[in-house]
Design a protein around this ligand. Structure first.
Ligand code: BGC
Length: 509
């Protein structure tokens, strides 16, 4: 795409900035914030299948599992267990909304540090938990931690990365989430056979928290955030670090100052501004994208992969191994998206991944219906269980190069500076809120709908793929402050943003 075609709101600044060693290191360190979120996702799925853990906190599940010989879909259906898993998401939801103001006032980097420290405290409480209350308190702190970091990190990455490679840099966040998931699965595998294994698994969450917090303390905040907070000299330093010592950063700095002045002059509560008609397309994406990401059914697979594999006939260990394999496939596919996202664009990956996941969900439903019987009472053979695993791997790869990384990227790159952190907050809150509802309902749904559960998600995947094809404009390579052009040219959203474009043009003449 020619640069001139999107230069409607000022010069296209920073478009040709190079990748420097410093920006690569900074972004890797920042992206490592994803570790804590991933670790939690991986750990909670595994710990909730450990017998000593269930015996101590949820003994009724073990009783039920012993009686549940008749129906493989229902044996883990427990409200208390799902409440444990999903308490984190309610806390995360609240924290992510608070984080809108925090990231604006304290900066992106400091919010990441705060998130890391809170998560660390939660991990310590969970590792030492003597009763359910401690367990839930710990989880609430973990939730605050990931609420803060998931809000601040994607914005950090999008603001620091050179526009041309923003997609690739931003996928780093999802990559570290993936590393966290795999590390947690391996740790669970090692600890599962010990009576205190669950304590170690939960307590070791302190390690990724310590790593990311130390990392965040070593990097400087983003140029945009420093300008927003009036620290111009530091902003210049940060730009020089990101773009290279010899780069001419004056124009980019001036553009940031201009955007920040526009934002300050408006002087309106960002949570109100974001509801203005001209930001309708942005808002729809900030809500729609994370919602759709969750109704791909990924967390259902991630949280409950071990449970699922156990209930479709794998033994205790092989269930965890299956989850590790899924995690590794997911990791590899995120790397694919790192290389493709700025070349072929976001839309290409969304549509490819969507089709792939749709086919897999339908196929899993088919295999389960054919092998376990409509009521779920027939035993699945090992061969078919492996087929389910293969289909889930193809599904995980589809998620890994589409909805996984792109759901963090899109909300962090489409908003103008004045409502960027607010947009990201809404997006994280929707992500957590949807995860909460789904994880509360999944096991009951599996118990009642049986294999039809997978068709439910397939239906959503089909809808979201059509949604992307119709409504998401391509954003690859476009500098953050020129993003309005993609909306202006869009067949549907154009009418919503025209008003803003006209007034900007008026100002510049
Ligand atoms: C999602 C999580 C999910 C994870 C899987 C993230 O992008 O937001 O809900 O568990 O990917 O790796």
């Amino acid at each position: 795409m020619a640069a001139g075609s999107f230069a409607v709101d000022g010069p296209v600044i920073g478009l040709n900035s190079k990748i420097t060693a410093s920006v690569v290191i900074t972004c890797i360190v920042a992206a490592s914030s994803g570790l804590i979120f991933g670790y939690d996702i991986g750990i909670s799925g595994g710990v909730t299948t450990m017998v000593p853990f269930l015996k101590k906190f949820f003994p009724s599940i073990l009783r039920k599992a012993a009686e549940a010989k008749t129906n493989i879909y229902c044996m883990y259906d427990s409200q208390a267990l799902t409440a444990f898993t999903s308490s984190l998401y309610i806390a995360g939801l609240a924290a992510s909304l608070v984080a809108s103001r925090l990231t604006a006032v304290l900066g992106r980097r400091n919010t990441m540090v705060l998130g890391g420290c809170t998560f660390l405290a939660g991990a310590a409480i969970n590792g030492g938990a003597a009763n359910i209350a401690m367990l839930i308190l710990g989880r609430i702190l973990l939730g605050f931690g990931v609420g803060f970091t998931n809000q601040a990190t994607p914005v950090y990455l999008s603001e620091v990365a050179p526009p041309k490679w923003r997609g690739a840099f931003n996928t780093g966040f999802q990559f570290f989430i993936g590393i966290g998931v795999v590390a947690a699965n391996c740790i669970n595998y090692g600890t599962a056979s010990h009576s205190w294994g669950w304590r170690l698994s939960l307590g070791l969450a302190m390690a990724p928290a310590a790593i990311m917090t130390a990392g965040a303390l070593m990097i400087s905040d983003t140029p945009s955030s420093l300008v927003e907070r009036g620290k111009l000299a530091q902003a210049k330093q940060s730009l020089l670090k990101a773009r290279g010592k010899d780069a001419d950063v004056e124009a980019e700095l001036a553009e940031l100052v201009k955007c920040s002045e526009v934002a300050k002059a408006a002087n309106r509560e960002p949570f109100l501004t974001i509801f203005e008609r001209r930001y309708r397309p942005h808002l729809v994406m900030a809500i729609g994208i994370p919602f759709f990401q969750q109704v791909t059914g990924i967390n259902i697979i991630a949280f409950y992969a071990p449970v699922l594999f156990q209930s479709v006939g794998f033994g205790n260990d092989s269930a965890l191994i299956a989850a590790i394999i899924l995690g590794l496939v997911n990791l590899g596919s995120i790397l694919v998206s790192t290389f493709v996202v700025d070349r072929y664009g976001r839309r290409f990956l969304f549509i490819l991944g969507g089709i792939q996941m749709f086919v897999c969900q339908v196929a899993v439903a088919g295999v389960l219906a054919a092998t376990t019987g409509v009521s779920g009472t027939k035993h699945i053979t090992k061969g078919y269980a492996i087929l389910v695993l293969v289909l889930m791997c193809i599904y995980a790869a589809g998620f890994g190069w589409s909805w996984g990384p792109l759901s963090w990227l899109i909300p962090s790159e489409i908003f103008p500076m004045k409502i960027r952190t607010t947009g990201q907050s809404i997006s994280v809150a929707v992500n957590f809120g949807t995860t909460f509802v789904l994880s509360q309902t999944f096991l009951t749904m599996l118990c009642h709908f049986k294999y039809g559960t997978f068709l439910f998600y397939a239906g959503w995947i089909a809808s979201m793929t059509v949604f992307i094809a119709l409504f998401l404009p391509e954003t690859k390579g476009i500098p953050l402050d020129s993003m309005i052009a993609v909306w202006e040219r869009h067949w549907y959203w154009g009418r919503f943003v025209k008003e803003q474009v006209r007034s900007r043009r008026g100002n510049s003449h």
